[in-house]
Design a protein around this ligand. Structure first.
Ligand code: MIG
Length: 713
């Protein structure tokens, strides 16, 4: 049914484009929703560009281009390349373009959309990394904002300035432009166009520990045991490529991981989840079942002459599934059945740019052939390169939904394309254990969030090289606020588990992770918001006050949601939003000098929890409401709660509560709790933590029929 309608849409778009071919450029542009317009070049090539995998639906024509429309792309051809010139206006601050290195504010930068295995971001000056987001967010001095989506998976060069330029050797793409009063509304509109994340399982928001690689299985258990023994909260242990038998995906090394089901049981018994890596390269080995099946089923990407393409990756010569084919995606989904039956909880898809060794391009030839099928036409690799990872994780996600029915899928992907947040979370690939990369991780997570992908984070501690003691401590202290928080490192690097550098750094790490778990009710509520609205979880500070242009370059301090500012300890002269934001501390012991400063917005209520060792213990039975009343003495906040997994929430089995708190004299606060969405019954006790002058004064605990909370200390 769905397939048919997108096919019809594609055909309709093709016909429309063909008809419009004869028209003037202006006639081709039209409104597609309130404050959204689409601009077509005169030579729009629908076969090369449609259907759009970025968009969840073809833009429909809702009228002509509104009068006075500000941002208008102009199309031309220069030196054989298609060029889009976009005058965006002076004094506009530009953001977005997805996973990028360098400053948060992108004016004057140029980015290439071409997914690349870019170890420590060293290739091509870091201008292209693992994912592609042809998307620009512009914020004017008055806070009014626009978004530009260049709807093409082909390689684009995007140069951002007052006159922004996009050039491509691919066909001339159409461009969607969004106009709104503020940047948050633009990002929400992007979410409407390209889709939002689905609610992840709660455990995926816990702290996670990885390295390339923990092996054998005994070492994995040892790591898990250390967390529990040392009372350092953790939810997930990650299995990198060395669990496999000779890097053959969907196999287990018979000596190192002889009993994966027993290992996974062991992890589950101590409240861990297990995530395993799967790469796209399939070892060319006639005795290997997956290779044989792929060959029999004709699933491989072909070279330009129509022969099976082979390229070297970890296992040696490999063939690559042609994920543009529906039959191939279905086959790929099926491969996960036995694999997941060992009790695997989540899947990590790596190397899906796709990465190919020993060639200068680090990928397959652009004239390789993808056969497509269903709504996708056949096309060269140049057309499908940036979509390869996205189509792979789409199939992986389907496997998790099919073979673990009733559980929410969790997929982590290295490569992706704009809109790919619908299928997988991401991390920023192979960063380095260097100060510069710790600092840069913040603008990276922010720009990914502004580009539609809220569920992301950098490798905590840094991947390439070895983290030193102080760097790890600072990285743990800040990294726990990434929406996706995982410590990971390259093979043969120095250990960087929280305890690797002795007691002091272990304590710093524990404190940091404890803070994440205490903030989980707030964080989970933000993920819920992201899944409904498309808003990022981690946000640039200028979201706090979109007219304060002095915040536009702040990239050390950042926001979690709209109520919490995180100021890293190493931040130099951070610009903070005006107003009576109040600093507070979550832990009771002394300041260790590493934990970021936290500040709560005037008028905000932030729900926090007690420390737990994993989300298996998570309940919202006893919630502390941190409150910073605004000038008028009131504050409001939200708490989302559901089963933490499964789909009950889709049938109303969740509760979204709104708290309204008002000051009652100097020593008491009044609380009003209202369930604003959902049908889930909750009984809980609350206490209020009144944040004032850098201190928190608490009320006693009381049940939810209580309205007045006297402060007792
Ligand atoms: O060529 O699986 O980015 O996280 O540890 C390296 C081994 C392949 C790259 C990933 C990294 C992972 C590593 N992989």
């Amino acid at each position: 049914m769905k397939k048919h309608s997108s096919l019809l849409l594609a055909v309709a778009a093709f016909v429309t484009a063909f008809f419009l071919h004869a028209c003037r450029a202006d006639d081709r542009s039209h409104a597609c929703g309130a404050g959204i317009a689409v601009f077509y070049p005169a030579t729009f090539d629908s076969v090369g560009l449609l259907p759009s995998l970025a968009l969840v639906a073809e833009p429909s024509r809702t009228g002509t281009l509104p009068r006075g429309w500000k941002v208008k792309p102009l199309f031309s051809v220069e030196q054989g390349k298609n060029v889009i010139t976009i005058p965006v206006g002076k004094d506009v601050d530009l953001y977005g373009t997805g996973e990028v290195v360098g400053a948060l504010r992108r004016n004057g930068t140029s980015t290439t959309t071409w997914n690349l295995d870019n170890y420590v971001y060293a290739l091509n000056e870091g201008k292209n990394l693992y994912q592609s987001h042809p998307w620009i967010l512009g914020v004017r001095p008055d806070g009014s904002s626009f978004g530009i989506l260049v709807d093409s998976p082909w390689r684009l060069e995007i140069t951002l300035s007052d006159t922004t330029l996009v050039t491509t050797e691919g066909p001339a793409p159409r461009v969607l432009v969004i106009e709104r009063d503020d940047p948050a509304s633009v990002v929400k509109a992007l979410g409407e166009l390209t889709g939002k994340i689905e609610m992840p399982p709660l455990w995926a928001l816990g702290f996670q520990q990885s390295r390339w690689s923990y092996f054998p299985d005994a070492r994995v258990k040892e790591i898990a045991d250390e967390f529990r023994k040392r009372n350092i909260p953790c939810d997930v242990i990650w299995m990198d490529i060395d669990y496999m038998d000779g890097f053959r995906v969907f196999t287990f090394d018979p000596a190192r991981f002889p009993e994966p089901a027993a290992l996974n049981d062991y992890l589950h018994e101590s409240d861990f989840k297990a995530v395993y890596m799967i790469d796209p390269g399939i070892k060319k080995d006639s005795l290997y079942d997956v290779y044989r099946q792929g060959t029999d089923g004709d699933h491989w990407v072909k070279d330009k002459d129509g022969r099976e393409f082979n390229g070297p990756v970890w296992p040696g010569a490999c063939a690559f599934p042609d994920f543009t084919r529906p039959e191939t995606r279905e086959w790929w989904t099926g491969l996960y059945e036995d694999f997941l039956s060992t009790g695997i909880d989540g899947v990590w898809n790596d190397m899906n740019e796709p990465a190919v060794f020993r060639v200068e391009s680090h990928t397959m030839p652009e004239d390789n052939l993808h056969r497509g099928g269903g709504v996708l036409p056949p096309g060269p690799h140049a057309r499908y390169h940036n979509l390869y990872g996205m189509l792979m994780v789409k199939a992986t996600r389907e496997a998790l939904m099919k073979y673990r029915p009733g559980k929410r899928p969790f997929v982590l992907s290295r490569a992706n394309y704009i809109g790919g947040q619908r299928y997988a979370a991401t991390w920023s690939g192979d960063n380095a254990s260097r100060w510069e990369h710790l600092r840069m991780s913040i603008p990276m997570t922010l720009n990914l969030g502004l580009s539609g992908q809220p569920f992301n984070g950098a490798d905590i501690g840094g991947f390439g090289g070895s983290a030193r003691r102080d760097l790890l401590a600072h990285w743990m202290a800040v990294g726990v606020y990434y929406p996706f928080a995982r410590n990971h490192s390259v093979q043969n690097s120095a250990d960087q588990e929280p305890w690797a550098f002795g007691e002091e750094i272990e304590n710093v790490s524990r404190r940091a992770i404890n803070r994440r778990y205490m903030l989980l009710p707030y964080l989970y509520t933000l993920f819920r918001e992201a899944s409904v609205t498309g808003l990022p979880v981690a946000r640039p500070l200028f979201f706090a006050d979109t007219r304060d242009t002095s915040l536009r370059r702040e990239e050390q301090a950042f926001l979690l949601g709209q109520d919490l500012v995180i100021v890293p300890r190493w931040a130099k002269a951070p610009r903070l939003p005006r107003g009576a934001w109040e600093n507070f501390r979550l832990e009771e012991d002394e300041d260790d000098g590493y934990q970021p400063l936290l500040a709560i917005r005037p008028g905000a209520v932030i729900p926090v929890n007690k420390v737990i060792q994993s989300t298996v213990e998570y309940t919202t039975d006893s919630i502390t409401l941190l409150v910073n009343p605004a000038d008028d003495g009131t504050a409001t906040g939200l708490l989302y709660d559901d089963d933490g997994d499964g789909y009950g929430y889709k049938n109303g089995d969740f509760a979204l509560h709104r708290f309204t708190v008002s000051r009652r004299g100097d020593n008491a606060l009044e609380l009003d709790v209202e369930r604003v969405e959902g049908t889930r019954d909750t009984r809980r006790q609350y206490r209020i933590g009144y944040v004032n002058g850098g201190k928190i004064r608490y009320s006693a605990w009381a049940d939810d029929t209580t309205r007045v909370f006297p402060l007792v200390r």
